[in-house]
Structure formats: C-alpha cells, structure tokens
Design a binder for this molecule. Structure first.
Ligand SMILES: [Zn+2]
Length: 317
C-alpha cells in the first residue's frame, strides 16, 4: 500500500527502505509560534530531493516516520508521489519510550483507565485500514522501536500490538534500534509473538561496527537486516561489514538506506560539518562504487535494492 493506493510489489523497483521526508524530534511543536510548519516549502524541498534520487533509478521510498514524531504528513507524501511519480510508503507505529509518546500513553493507561495494547492496536489498524489523521492516505508499513539499553515494557506492548495488526493485515514491519546490541532481543520478541520473520527488517545495523552483531541476527532465519543508515556520520567499518556479509552469501537478507531527513522541521540552523553529504544519493555515489571495487556484482546490488524489498513486502521468492 503506497500513499496513492496499492501498487503490485513487482513494480516497486529500486527501493530506499528507511528515509524521512519531514522530521522533527517530539516536542518540536513547542516552537510552532516561531517556526510553523510550511507544507509548500517542504514540498518544494522534497521534490528537489526526489528529482535527484530518480536520476539513480529510485522508484520507491519508505517514509519511516512514526506517528509520535513531528513531520509525518500524509497529504505532503501523497502530493509528492503524484508530482514525482515515485512510490512512497507511509508508516504507522511509535518511537522508543524515552523519545516518543511514552509519557502520553503511560498516563492514559495508568490514570485514565485505558488499555495500552488495545489503544495501540486500534491506532495502527485504523492508520492501515482507514488512513492517517482523516486524510484517507493509508500506512503501508509498521515501525516499532526500542531504546537503550533494552526493550521496555511499554515498547514490548508496542511490538505486541504491531504484530497483532501485521498478522491481520499482512503489513510488514521495520524496526528502530537505539543501542547497537538490541537486534537479537527484538528478534526473540518477534518470534515469541508469532510474527513472520520474513516480513521484518531489524533496523539501524550501522550503529554497530562489529560484524558478529549482524551475523548473530542472520543465524535466525527470515529476518532482514537494515543497514539503513549509510551516510557520512556512520563509520566506514559498518560499510565494510555490508561488503563482507554479501561476500559471505547474506546479500539476500540485507537492505540499504540512508535514514536521511530531507526537511528538518522546527527552527532552522546550521548543521555541523560532519553532516554534509548526508543525502539519499550517498548510496549511489559513494557506497555502491566502494562495494563494486570490493567485488560485489551489479546483480548482487540489484538483489539488495529491488528483490529484497519485493520479497519483504510479500512478493514471490
Ligand atoms: Zn529513521
């Protein structure tokens, strides 16, 4: 399900599996009086990014912006998809407890008699089956998240509700990992909940430089690993690990994306120099040439960018 309606999975083509069109950390609305959201400006900026990545053959982008994060704008995503021709998949789901809506939902359940799991189940189901915030634009992916150092009770409840919805709707799940150690615990929780690992991507593998971290997760069949933060801020070691994993025969379990934020909401500022080059062409300009120089074939790269997303979204093997 894309923001403009259903698209056959074999037409998704080259897919970036974790990017953000507009984003701000929760709390950004505190600055709304001084820097209100300007959809037109966001649209112009995002269309420029889309034109740039289309040159590299990108046909699909997953907007991994959760429901409790500033900037998720289904109307913007629909306009962008219609104007650019790029398929965009919107997310429902929640950020880690400490950064996201944890306080709100805990208040609701402890002080107002609400059942957290049922409330989340209803939210995710509605955004997938009916649409996001009354826009009619449906979410096509579930995003769940854990903080550092491990999975909290609240986060486990988010996983439980998401897996229930995934089972009912067939929607796939991506994850956010804060610490570079929690991937295996996320996998265990998913298996305990009876989720289908072939429809799950454990995200932010770039947080770790240790290849054994990825290898231990690849021991569990099915799960995709998201090296979804390739950008100049991440270490070269995590990029080397991608090459090494392909060479070891795990190319059919990997996804690559940038976790790039195309438009930061809130008051404007100047980024630190190390942010320069964090743009969703990094994969094509920097990483793919590096992978090819190390012996990764065009066919293997196409497998990662086209075949893996297709299978992840339920396409044929
Ligand atoms: Zn992200």
């Amino acid at each position: 399900m894309t923001v403009t309606g259903p698209v056959p999975v074999n037409r998704l083509g080259v897919a970036l599996m974790h990017e953000h069109f507009t984003f701000a950390y929760p709390g950004w609305f505190a600055d709304d009086s001084l820097s209100p959201y300007n959809r037109d400006a966001a649209e112009t900026a995002c269309l420029g990014v889309l034109e740039d990545v289309k040159k590299f053959g990108v046909q699909t982008i997953v907007d991994a912006t959760a429901a409790d994060v500033g900037g998720r704008d289904p109307v913007l995503l629909k306009n962008l998809s219609e104007k650019s021709g790029v398929h965009i998949i919107a997310a429902t789901g929640l950020f880690p407890e400490s950064v996201g809506a944890g306080n709100y939902y805990k208040w609701q359940s402890t002080m107002r008699g609400r059942n957290l799991e049922e409330d989340l189940y209803e939210l995710f189901s509605t955004e997938i089956n009916v649409g996001i915030r009354g826009s009619g634009v449906k979410a096509g992916i579930l995003k769940v998240a854990t903080g550092d150092p491990g999975i909290t009770e609240y986060e486990a409840t988010v996983f439980t509700a998401a897996v229930r919805v995934a089972k009912e709707t067939g929607v796939s799940i991506i994850t956010h990992t804060e610490a570079a150690t929690v991937g295996p615990a996320q996998q265990e929780l998913f298996l305990k909940l009876g989720a289908n690992p072939e429809r799950i991507m454990i995200g932010h593998q770039n947080n770790s430089e240790i290849i054994d971290y990825a290898l231990s997760q690849l021991e569990m069949p099915g799960f995709y690993l998201g090296f979804d933060r390739v950008n100049p801020l991440m270490s070269a070691a995590s990029e080397d690990n991608i090459v090494s994993l392909v060479m070891r025969g795990f190319g059919d379990r990997l996804m690559i994306s940038h976790d790039c934020i195309f438009v930061w909401l809130g008051r404007p500022g100047k980024f630190a120099p190390q942010f320069s080059g964090w743009y969703p062409d990094y994969l094509f300009k920097k990483l793919i040439p590096k992978m090819k120089a190390a012996g990764v074939t065009d066919e293997q790269i196409r497998g990662i960018l086209v075949d893996n997303p297709r299978r992840f979204f339920g396409g044929e093997q």
